[in-house]
Design a protein around this ligand. Structure first.
Ligand code: FES
Length: 199
């Protein structure tokens, strides 16, 4: 039995297993794991840093998928069941998958003094979504995070797993526009056929 399968069997209620399995899939080269690893190194992989590490992972990924929980468990050499148990005990953690695309703006001190708040407001205004929420069409989740460990690149924005340094509101909005526009023809096609355009 694989690690994922064993965790699902031991720790996850049957009703949630299909959701967790979907979340366990991710694209290769996702450098969000590197950000979590950077934090882990900073705390010397101390097991008593589990909750703090889960916070960092959630900040980076937007939610805690099974794959992320396993990654943390392995890194801290803790039983996956314990990590899942801690994550589910605290209501601060979310397991719901984010929107199709994600934009996480670091609002840690270094990024804050370099205008992170303006980036948050710029993206929020451009896409009609508040920090911590997903757009009504489920296409974009906007989140804020505490220090992502890349202060030298401040202000930092993570878009779809890609860590982008020295951002500005306009650069971040343009980047998101380009990404969302790339999906637009398909979305428009589906909308005209499946959604039917409403009234
Ligand atoms: S404060 Fe943003 S990366 Fe450190």
């Amino acid at each position: 039995m694989s690690d994922t399968a064993s965790v699902l069997a031991v720790t996850v209620p049957e009703s949630k297993r299909s959701v967790v399995r979907r979340q366990a899939e991710h694209l290769p080269g996702d450098d969000r794991f590197a950000l979590v690893d950077k934090h882990l190194k900073r705390v010397h992989f101390a097991q008593d840093q589990l909750i703090e590490t889960l916070h960092v992972a959630q900040d980076v990924f937007g939610s805690l998928s099974d794959e992320v929980l396993l990654h943390v468990a392995r890194a801290l050499r803790l039983p996956p069941s314990m990590v899942y148990g801690v994550a589910t005990f605290y209501h601060l953690f979310s397991f719901e998958p984010p929107g199709d695309h994600s934009c996480t703006v670091c609002t840690g001190t270094a990024c804050f003094v370099k205008g992170a708040d303006d980036i948050v407001s710029g993206v929020a205004k451009a896409h009609g979504v508040r920090a911590g929420e997903t757009t009504g069409d489920g296409r974009l989740t906007l989140k804020t995070a505490r220090c992502l460990g890349s202060c030298g690149l401040a202000p930092v924005v993570v878009i779809d797993g890609e860590v982008l340094g020295h951002q500005s509101p306009q650069v971040a909005v343009d980047r998101l526009d380009a990404i969302l526009s790339a999906d637009a023809p398909q979305a428009a096609g589906l909308g005209s056929v499946v959604v039917g355009g409403g009234a």
